[in-house]
Every structure is written in structure tokens, then in C-alpha cells.
Design a protein around this ligand. Structure first.
Ligand code: ARG
Length: 472
């Protein structure tokens, strides 16, 4: 029995089992590629016409038919049929229903293998552009916030123990730098991916006198994939994208972890705006930092997609294998997760702004007092005291020991180093003079780290200015 609805039905003498049909079909998810599939088909048809492979009348009919189909899809009126397997065959069948033989000629010199490789690249290219815009937006939020807090003192941590005072602005700029590298990775991925697979056909190229460079030009690719087997089979670009996405999410998960810690009453550094939090159904007092927690959680999800794609590609012989159909859902979900996370994060990090006369509250309130207190309580200026003694001539190791003893004595007395008197400090080293109190204050410590990359408020302002220039 022949099933005439199948593009490849001629060769088969029994219909595909219902379950297999559902198992192998991808239309439920790859219909998302429809606009790009049409874009690719239009360029392919134009080239076929220009090369005299199909007639100008056919090209015109295809153009008209595809334009109508695009309208139907955008209006949600297109009927996607599982029987037609995937986005490509659904659109081709509809085109043929509309324009007859011209529709059947569209697939000349083309295979679904080079077609899908092209569609995914076109789609991903537009996603990367949106991701880059999202990163930039988030970076701008970060810079605004850092500017507000160029002088705000907080404890810097190593091992989650108070280490040295830093400015909150400096801390925020660390994430600006991470995002800058993330953006670079997406740009690299885009540039490497932006080559046209069409023309590779099923795997070996085609015997028609096609013009691949012309199609590449029409579709905005930088050139053509130079090996047909590679063009239809490798999904390294999808892996690269997901890997860059996993890193970006990893960076945001680190930030999220900090926001979660800081918003805990134990730290009390920030108060996240209610619009990012939920309450508890049982504990009336709770306000939970759901958004950062979910960013942290969704990082696992994106990491999972990366593993899935790597595993999908591993050991696949050349050229196309149906395994590759499995690249899409993880890739789509990665893009969706990333884009929404970037958007929500830019809002979370936004300082208070006035938009259309309405004040939009900051994503979180900063409790400067709590930050300062935590820095003051943690002997954060101990290194400054050691550096002070070194500058007076003491070898660093001896200075380290003298300060350790001073810290121990302050711990015993329940006070900070700056609370010890001059005579008390001199007991640990006769090199201590009146000027020691300049370095023992938090502000003195911050101001002294005044070199590129350092935490001094002046450096933070300069770094923000450089960053703004970079983003301009
Ligand atoms: N739906 C398929 C995919 O996503 C399109 C290519 C199918 N090619 C084939 N020869 N079965 O990869």
C-alpha cells in the first residue's frame, strides 16, 4: 500500500507504523524554524531561476505561494500535519497544493539535510543577535548600579571569609568583565557559524549548475561551507553556542548565589524587590529570592543541554544521521532560557529609574550600613597594616606575624584593629606611628588600591568610563 502524502513514499510497500510516525516526526518542535525555512527557500528558488534551472514563472509562483504561507503561519492559521513529518515537508506540501508543479520544483538541487542545516544556522544567528543585545542591556544595568556604588564599602571575601574591603561598584564590575567575555564568545560563535550549507544537498553536492555564493550573499552568510559532507553533518556551532550559553548561565549563577546570600537576614546586605520574590504558603514571614534561585537552577538545565548535544554528536559517522534531529529541542530551550534570564536579570540589577514619569523601583535595595559593618567586623584591613609595616622596612613575613598577633589581641578584646590605641599597636611593632590610622580605616584601605584593576573608588569610576566607551 502506498502512502502518497509522503515525499519518499514511492519506495515503500507498507505504511510507517503510527508509533514510529510519532517517534520520527519533528514538526511539533521544528515548526519554530518556519520563517527561516521560507527565507532559505526563497533564496534557493531565486538562485535556481537565475541559473536557468527553473523558469522565471516557477520562481514567481514559489515566491507568491511562500509569501501566503508565511502569512498563514504568522496568523496561526497554518495546519501542521504530523503525517508530513517536519517543517520542511509541511511547507513544501502546502506550497505544492497552492502552486502545483512549481512547488514540486523547489526542491531541485536541494535536500532536507542541507536545508535543515541552513535553517538552524539562520535561526541561531538571529538568536545570537538577541543574546548580544540582552548581554549589553544587562551590562548597562550593571554599570549604572556600579556608578551609584563606586564608594560603597563592602567586605571582599575569599573562602567566604571576610578578606579585604572592596567597593560594591568594584564587585559589580567583576560581572561586567565576565559578561564582556561571554559576549565575545557569542560573537566568535556567530562568525564561525555564518557559512552556507545549501548546495551540499544530501551529502555530496548536486549535479545542477548552482550558484552557492549567490545564495550565501542573499542570506547574509559570509561564505559557503567548503565541504558538503561537513556542511550537512556537523552541529559544532550548536554545541559552541550552548557552551557559551552554559558559561554565561554559570556566571549568572555565581551572581545569583551572592544575591541569595546577601538577601538572607544573616548578611542583610540587600533587600530584593518584592516583584522578584514569592512568599511561603506556610511560613507567613518568608520572602524568598525565587528569581536568583531559578537562575541558579536553570544553569543546570542549560549545562544539561550542552552535555546532550556533545553526546549527540559523539561518534556520528559522516555524513547526516537522523540523530541530528535531536539537536533542536535542547537548542531551542537553551535560547529561550538564556534570553528570558538576561531580560529578567537586567531588571533585577536596575537601579531606580524614572520611565514615562513613573518611578520604577530598584531591583534590590542596598543596605550600605550592613555592608560596612561586615567589613569593619572582619579585620579586613589587617593586610593594610602588614603592608604599612613593610613600607616602614619590616620584611613581609615578620609584618604578617606582627599583625596576626595584633588581630588575636583584638579578637580577645572583642574590638577591631582600628579600635586599638597607638601604644597598644606599638606593642606589636615599634615601627607603628601616628599615620597608621590612615591605613586602618576602610576608606584608607580602599583608596590605596589605586591602580588599574584595583578597588579604589577612583579606579571604579575609570573602569566604568572605559566600559561605557566600549559599549557605545
Ligand atoms: N527533520 C530533519 C532534521 O531535523 C530534517 C532532515 C531530515 N533528513 C533526512 N534525510 N531524514 O534533521
Amino acid at each position: 500500500m502506498q502512502d502518497k502524502s509522503k515525499a519518499w513514499s514511492g519506495r515503500f510497500n507498507e505504511p510507517v507504523a503510527e508509533l514510529v510516525k510519532r517517534y520520527t516526526a519533528s514538526v511539533e518542535f521544528d515548526q519554530r524554524l518556519a520563517e527561516f525555512d521560507i527565507q532559505g527557500s526563497l533564496a534557493h528558488a531565486t538562485m535556481l531561476g537565475e541559473q536557468g534551472i527553473i523558469s522565471a514563472a516557477d520562481v514567481e509562483a514559489i515566491r507568491k505561494g511562500l509569501a501566503e504561507i508565511l502569512e498563514e503561519i504568522r496568523a496561526g492559521k497554518f495546519e501542521w500535519l504530523l503525517d508530513l513529518e517536519d517543517v520542511h515537508l509541511n511547507i513544501e506540501k502546502r506550497l505544492t497544493d497552492k502552486v502545483g508543479d512549481a512547488g514540486k520544483r523547489l526542491h531541485t538541487g536541494r535536500s532536507r539535510n542541507d536545508q535543515v542545516a541552513t535553517d538552524v544556522r539562520l535561526w541561531l544567528r538571529s538568536v545570537i543577535d538577541a543574546v548580544l543585545a540582552g548581554i549589553r542591556n544587562l551590562q548597562l544595568s550593571l554599570l549604572d548600579l556600579a556608578e551609584l556604588h563606586a564608594d560603597t564599602v563592602m567586605p571582599g571575601f575569599t573562602h567566604l571569609q571576610v578578606a579585604q574591603p572592596v567597593t560594591f561598584g568594584h564587585h559589580l564590575l567583576a560581572y561586567y568583565e565576565m559578561l564582556k567575555r561571554d559576549a565575545g564568545r557569542f560573537e566568535d560563535c556567530r562568525a564561525r557559524m555564518n557559512y552556507l550549507p545549501l548546495g551540499a544537498a544530501a551529502l555530496a553536492g548536486t549535479s545542477y549548475p548552482i550558484d552557492r555564493k549567490g545564495v550565501a550573499h542573499l542570506l547574509g552568510f559570509s561564505g559557503v561551507c567548503e565541504n558538503s559532507l561537513d556542511a550537512v553533518s556537523d552541529r559544532d556551532f550548536a554545541i559552541e553556542f550552548t557552551s557559551a550559553a552554559a558559561l554565561l548561565m554559570t556566571h549568572l549563577s555565581r551572581f545569583s548565589e551572592e544575591l541569595i546570600l546577601w538577601s538572607s537576614p544573616r548578611f542583610g546586605f540587600i533587600d530584593i524587590a518584592d516583584r522578584f520574590c514569592t512568599g511561603s504558603s506556610i511560613m507567613p514571614q518568608k520572602k524568598n529570592p525565587d528569581v536568583p534561585e531559578l537562575v541558579r537552577g536553570k544553569t543546570g538545565r542549560v549545562n544539561g543541554h550542552l552535555m546532550a548535544l556533545l553526546t549527540l554528536m559523539k561518534s556520528q559517522p559522516l555524513a547526516y544521521n537522523k540523530d541530528n534531529q535531536e539537536d533542536k529541542e535542547g537548542l531551542f530551550d537553551t535560547a529561550d532560557t538564556l534570553l528570558v534570564t538576561l531580560e529578567i536579570y537586567a531588571d533585577l540589577l536596575r537601579p531606580p529609574v524614572i520611565e514615562n514619569d513613573v518611578v520604577i523601583k530598584a531591583g534590590f535595595k542596598v543596605n550600605k550600613e550592613a555592608m560596612r559593618l561586615a567589613a569593619a567586623e572582619g579585620f579586613a584591613t589587617a593586610t593594610d597594616l602588614a603592608d604599612y609595616l613593610v613600607k616602614k622596612g619590616l620584611p613581609f613575613r615578620d609584618a604578617h606575624e606582627a599583625v596576626a598577633l595584633a588581630v588575636r589581641s583584638a579578637v580577645d578584646r572583642g574590638c577591631d584593629l582600628v579600635d586599638l590605641s597607638l601604644t597598644e599597636l606599638q606593642a606589636f611593632s615599634p615601627l607603628v606611628g601616628e599615620d597608621v590610622f590612615d591605613v586602618l580605616t576602610l576608606e584608607g584601605s580602599l583608596a590605596s588600591r589605586n591602580h588599574i584593576g584595583g578597588t579604589a573608588p577612583e579606579q571604579v569610576r575609570q573602569a566604568i568610563a572605559r566600559a561605557r566607551q566600549h559599549l557605545a
